[in-house]
Design a protein around this ligand. Structure first.
Ligand SMILES: [Fe+2]
Ligand SMILES: [Fe+2]
Length: 207
């Protein structure tokens, strides 16, 4: 789904449910990083007004998600704390830097947008898994609310995936035809990263 070349291993959702508090803390950090990454792209490409406008909207939504997840942490008596090491995003960025680059400056932008797209796609896929599993085992109204929350986020992250892909095609200009093949190459690297992390005892949004 959504440009991913491999689905999340089945055990992932059971591990996430087994320690939902740790998952939620990681999720809050992911939303904050999604907002700051969008703002960093705006700062780097201030002359690309389509990008500036689209990523301002996206950053605002990510910040709202962050606010909502932080509220969930507070309800549960949890602290945000310092983030755990996030090797998924850094490995994905390294993989994007190894893609062939014929038109250097254009492709630096395109690849950053494609990294953003795949991060959104993986979040979307996993929020759906979590929403379905939470609903299946829901006992209370709060459980159902949490399942509904992840269903809403899943839809939002799907929209963000499309925003990043559209911006990549727009930014690529005459090289727009190269976006889909590059996305496929990067998705192959992304699925390898996910498979390698499948052994980790704690499920995080991207780990
Ligand atoms: Fe988000
Ligand atoms: Fe997002």
């Amino acid at each position: 789904m959504l440009g991913l070349s491999a689905v999340t291993p089945e055990e992932w959702v059971q591990k996430a449910l087994a320690d939902l508090d740790t998952f939620l803390i990681d999720h809050a950090h992911c939303e904050m990083k999604a907002a700051t990454n969008a703002m960093a792209l705006i700062a780097r490409y201030p002359d690309e007004m389509d990008l500036v406008q689209a990523l301002t909207d996206l950053a605002q939504e990510e910040l709202e998600h962050f606010r909502q997840v932080v509220a969930l942490l507070a309800q549960r008596g949890l602290k945000l704390g310092k983030p755990q090491e996030d090797s998924y995003a850094s490995l994905l960025r390294s993989a994007s830097q190894r893609l062939p680059k014929r038109h250097e400056s254009r492709f630096v932008l395109i690849d950053r947008l494609l990294v953003g797209a795949l991060i959104e796609a993986r979040s979307c896929e996993r929020f759906r898994l979590l929403s379905v599993a939470l609903l299946a085992q829901a006992r209370t109204e709060d459980d159902r609310k949490l399942a509904h929350f992840y269903d809403e986020l899943m839809r939002c992250e799907a929209k963000h995936y499309r925003t990043y892909i559209d911006l990549a095609k727009l930014g690529a200009r005459e090289f727009a035809y190269e976006v889909e093949p590059r996305l496929k190459m990067l998705a192959g690297a992304e699925s390898a990263i996910v498979q390698n992390q499948a052994e980790s005892p704690q499920a995080t949004v991207h780990g």
